[in-house]
Design a protein around this ligand. Structure first.
Ligand SMILES: C[S@@+](CC[C@H](N)C(=O)[O-])C[C@H]1O[C@@H](n2cnc3c(N)ncnc32)[C@H](O)[C@@H]1O
Length: 271
């Protein structure tokens, strides 16, 4: 039933998704787009891709566009993913604290289902005695993942990377065996503000200056003009001496005009 995504309609969707989210979908992504949109269309009872495209376009509230972008994005993430970044974060916070700083502003720019900002919050909580002036902003394009992030409920296999001692300290476990769940406690939740933000549409409404930005595994979906615009905006929002962490697979050479590389996938805005 869902095999009627022809070249022209695929191009229409790819164009819309690029214009609205900065996400570049080459022809090799057609099968992926086909199956992900197909799922959404089944929910709506729509059988034709062209018809679905019209529905998205005619919806003035843009809520169907949000659903379409939700369906398209890849949300794979994990606690302590690319763990070196969290070690560096801990070292930086301890160092800055030693210098007399006690107010910290951090941002997880593509937070997905919350594992990244919650890991940041655990690192902060483990490093700082006083968290009263510390905040983590967690944003994503997808309303679905943000909802899951806000809930902060994870299956046992999802929290495998969280050290057992920290699991006990920051999560409530309910149920038993395979069916149990881990719920993030208020101590971490209280540090984080979740919000929807489209990284392909700077300038962003928040005020800097930020100490550390995690913008990981999202720029892979963007092309160079979108990346460049985003990086300029991240640069603007960071304080001098602030850090940017990007995904290990993201090659940003030639685009980081003003950032200075300090280690693979770690950059500083020079003082
Ligand atoms: C692979 S996940 C990365 C999660 C986390 N940063 C990590 O490294 O584990 C990519 C996330 O980027 C989000 N995303 C995609 N395009 C976006 C955009 N234009 N603005 C904001 N977020 C976007 C997706 O919704 C998804 O949750």
């Amino acid at each position: 039933v869902f095999e009627n995504l022809d070249d022209a309609t695929f191009e229409q969707f790819a164009g819309l998704i690029y214009n609205r989210a900065g996400i570049r979908l080459g022809p090799h992504k057609r099968a992926l787009v086909c199956s992900r949109l197909g799922k959404r269309m089944r929910c709506l009872g729509v059988e034709d891709y062209q018809r679905y495209f019209e529905i998205v376009q005619q919806d003035r509230t843009e809520s169907e566009l949000v659903c379409l972008l939700d369906a398209i994005s890849t949300n794979v993430t994990n606690f302590y993913r690319e763990g070196r970044h969290f070690e560096v974060l801990s070292e930086l916070i301890a160092y800055w604290q030693g210098q007399g700083q006690n107010r910290f502003r951090l941002w997880s720019a593509a937070a997905s289902t919350g594992e990244e900002p919650y890991t940041m919050a655990m690192v902060l909580s483990e490093t700082l005695a006083d968290l009263s002036e510390t905040k983590v902003l967690a944003t994503d394009l997808s309303t679905q993942v943000l909802e899951r992030a806000r809930k902060g409920v994870y299956e046992p296999r999802q929290v495998e990377k969280v050290p057992v001692q920290l699991r006990g300290k920051y999560f409530f476990k309910s149920g038993r065996g395979e069916d149990c769940e881990y719920q993030v406690g208020d101590r971490l939740k209280g540090l984080i503000t979740f919000a929807r933000l489209n990284l392909s549409e700077p300038p962003f409404p928040m005020h800097g200056p930020l100490d550390v930005i995690f913008c990981r595994n999202v720029m892979i979906y963007f092309d160079n003009p979108v990346r460049k615009r985003l990086l300029n905006e991240l640069y603007r929002l960071l304080r001098p001496g602030g850090y940017l962490m990007v995904g290990h697979a993201e090659s940003l050479s030639g685009m980081l005009s003003s950032f200075k590389s300090v280690a693979p996938s770690i950059y500083i805005k020079p003082d």
